[in-house]
Write a protein that binds this ligand. Structure first.
Ligand SMILES: NC(=O)C1=CN([C@@H]2O[C@H](COP(=O)(O)OP(=O)(O)OC[C@H]3O[C@@H](n4cnc5c(N)ncnc54)[C@H](O)[C@@H]3O)[C@@H](O)[C@H]2O)[C@H](O)CC1
Ligand SMILES: [K+]
Length: 442
């Protein structure tokens, strides 16, 4: 797997800052320098206006102003008032230029927002967010330092309206909001400035997967047998089974009571089949299931790994029923709520709570898909095209994950890999794709 980018909550970021051997002053210096560097690369030598807030996000702004001025860029600074933290006060003192007032400063081609970062506690006052929106509107490029001011770093919620940014420079590590809705869609390109902190890697952005190699002595069973349980609407399982076959499973079979149209000829249809067959690498139940709870019950009687998708998720009834199962669940928001109820906290908190309650790997789908493991690992999907939001793409994802699991990947790794490949397949398929088209890009 490519070096996955770590994601730190506000609390984890504070711990990492405190543990940094270089000290906080140097961290701020590196953050400000990284912001100036990224802005220059992105915007070139255009004149810039930096808005500085009272805390350390503002401190980064004063450092960036000094660095931009050293590069010969025409930079102005406007502040909300005097800095309130010692670090920011020191950074302010090292800025030798004038400091204007945010309320009445004039705009510039590049706007750099250093008003608030991870310390935001509530939405900006209406007059301030209006001012931010209008200064961004009058600029050519808007850059956010760490986070757009108005975004809750842990949940991705907008505490007050923000403009659309072209660039967001995260310091040290991504924060959950960089990969959560709705904030993630307004940040433009997100880059991480390395400031030399040691980041915990239990939460991370899902990166390019390392897929198991096909061994020279492979045969169809050793490459992974996926057993699909077709339900009342077998078209959905045709998509899943095709996706499993195209995702490298050695053998895909579907148990069904009637012929299924649209299956590749390599996928085998069977009547009754034993589900305790040790050759089964993964069972898939849910796509097109309809009201056949007995098929879920059947799947749960087997000790084989399983992917539980779609209607089957709601039919589980009680998350505790999954304890001891080697299961991956792939709910969208509605299915998630039907099984787990209304959980509190951010989407990240909810995904982790669901994984803990069920003992299963949870793929909590959406524009900001998360993969949560019961042991606390959490993968955040990199942004995927919005045109994935169409009927049947979930069936394809479930089939892909089942194949990767059957190929011997661990449940959490298979789920992360499936989510990543699904997003990239959609990029290749293009905006006019339907779910069937994804199969040609796996
Ligand atoms: N992560 C690192 O290693 C480093 C991060 N740095 C930067 O510091 C900010 C976080 O700084 P902090 O001082 O904790 O918070 P803020 O600057 O975001 O703001 C805190 C300040 O603002 C007040 N406040 C909060 N919300 C509001 C509001 N809606 N209206 C008015 N005032 C508000 C709050 O009470 C505080 O006084 C991080 O994002 C990085 O940019 C450092 O560079 C060091 C390294
Ligand atoms: K900011």
């Amino acid at each position: 797997m490519n070096e996955a980018r770590p994601i730190l909550s506000v609390a984890a970021m504070r711990d990492a800052e405190a543990a940094a051997p270089c000290g906080l002053t140097e961290l701020m210096e590196r953050a400000g320098r990284g912001l100036a560097e990224a802005t220059c690369r992105f915007a070139g030598p255009m004149p810039a206006l930096i808005l500085c807030g009272p805390g350390n996000n503002g401190g980064d702004g004063y450092v960036a102003a000094r660095c931009l001025a050293e590069r010969g860029i025409a930079v102005r600074v406007a502040a909300l008032g005097e800095p309130t933290s010692d670090l920011a006060r020191a950074a302010r003192q090292h800025w030798e230029g004038p400091v204007e007032r945010v309320e009445n400063c004039s705009p510039a081609p590049v706007l750099i927002d250093c008003l608030f970062g991870t310390g935001l506690k509530r939405g900006l006052d209406p007059s301030l967010h209006e001012r931010l929106l209008s200064l961004a509107q009058e600029s050519h490029l808007a850059v956010a330092a760490d986070l757009p001011s108005g975004v809750d770093a842990d949940s991705g919620a907008l505490l007050s309206p923000i403009p659309d940014y072209h660039l967001t420079v995260a310091f040290g590590a991504l924060k959950p909001a960089h990969r959560l809705m709705p904030a993630m869609t307004q940040m433009g390109r997100v880059v991480v400035a390395n400031i030399g902190i040691e980041a915990d890697r239990r939460w991370f952005e899902i990166g390019t997967p390392a897929l198991p190699a096909v061994r020279p002595d492979a045969h169809k069973y050793s490459r992974g047998l996926v057993h699909c349980l077709a339900g009342e609407m077998p078209g959905a399982m045709a998509l899943s089974a095709s996706a499993a076959a195209r995702s490298g499973a050695g053998y895909v079979r579907v148990s069904t009571s009637r012929p299924i149209a649209g299956l590749p000829r390599s996928v085998v249809e069977v009547g009754d089949a034993r589900l305790d067959d040790p050759r089964i690498g993964c069972i898939l139940v849910g796509p097109g299931l309809g009201h056949l709870p007995q098929l879920l019950t059947l799947a749960l009687t087997s000790n084989r790994p399983k992917v539980i998708d779609a209607e089957a998720i709601s039919l589980v009834g009680d998350p505790a029923r999954l304890r001891g199962q080697d299961a991956i669940l792939t709910p969208h928001a509605g299915e998630f709520e039907r099984l787990f109820g209304t959980l509190s906290g951010s989407k990240a908190d909810q995904a982790l709570a669901a994984a803990e309650a069920s003992g299963a790997v949870i793929v909590f789908k959406g524009a900001d898909t998360l993969v949560a493991a019961p042991d606390g690992r959490l993968g955040f999907a990199p942004p995927a095209p919005a045109w994935l939001a169409t009927a049947g793409t979930g069936d394809v994802l479930a089939g892909m994950i089942a194949a990767l699991r059957a190929r011997g990947m661990a449940a959490f790794d298979a789920a992360c890999a499936g989510v990543w490949l699904h997003g990239r397949a959609a990029e290749h398929a293009g905006p006019d794709m339907i779910a069937d088209d994804l199969l040609e890009h796996l």
